[in-house]
Ligand binder design. Sequence first.
Ligand SMILES: [Zn+2]
Ligand SMILES: [Zn+2]
Length: 284
Amino acid sequence: MNDVCLWFYGVRGSYPVPDKSVIKYGGNTSSILIKNDEHSIIFDAGTGIINIGNHLEVNGNPKAKIDIFLTHLHLDHIQGLPFFNPLFDSQYEINLYCPDYQDIQVESVIYSLFNDPISPISNNGIKAKFKIIRLPLVNEKTIIIGQKIMIDYKKEDSHPLSGVLLYKLGVNNKYLVYATDVESPDGFGEDVVEFVRESNILIHDSQYFNSDYYDPDNSKIGFGHSTYSMAVQNALTCKVEKLFLFHYDPDYSDFKLKKMLKKARQGFKQTFLAREIKKISLRS
Ligand SMILES: [Zn+2]
Ligand SMILES: [Zn+2]
């Protein structure tokens, strides 16, 4: 099988930051691409997905299927969708997987991004073969993509108000877990530890420094995001191989993120900063 690679295209939380102080690690909101010659899998559709669209138009197989998996429907995870070029190209077949929230009409939330008064595109502007697929939150089933890529998911409830899905991608006996918009001051629950255990790559929310999270005048407790210490603790408990910090606070410059990395590495040596356009091989 040809090589499967991961690219970070959006690593920021909350809102995009077009500023020279974030030029190294990037200012786009959450979106990552995992791709081989036949398949393109995308986790989340923040503004990073716009450049993924451009990447696929240049480097992709135009007839390839694209599978987009959303963790939840907060704006920083869906705001790039109306600017994702493959949606407007009839050669593509695109599946969008969303959590099957009982009380939220996920289809109307997604289509509202393309329609008046949010956008002038209208549903008719979508030229790709586009399907929204709800992922049941109980009795989860593994999704098989092609012959060898498997995606498992798990609901995690710490993120207000509706929680998020964690995703685990398996290929060639390598496992990658995408765990963003989570908060675990006491560590992941046992079931989540089981889900993440011994993954090769853990991409983990790391929105805050501890000092900002516990700031007595402006505490971030209960916002549904992690400190780098929570990410490190979970990486240790779950015995993962590599930890990528992700979903940075929009106020954190490259300089601050380097400081965060240094502190995190004191707890878990194999820690890295997710960085836009960084390519990582998931070779067997
Ligand atoms: Zn977010
Ligand atoms: Zn969120």
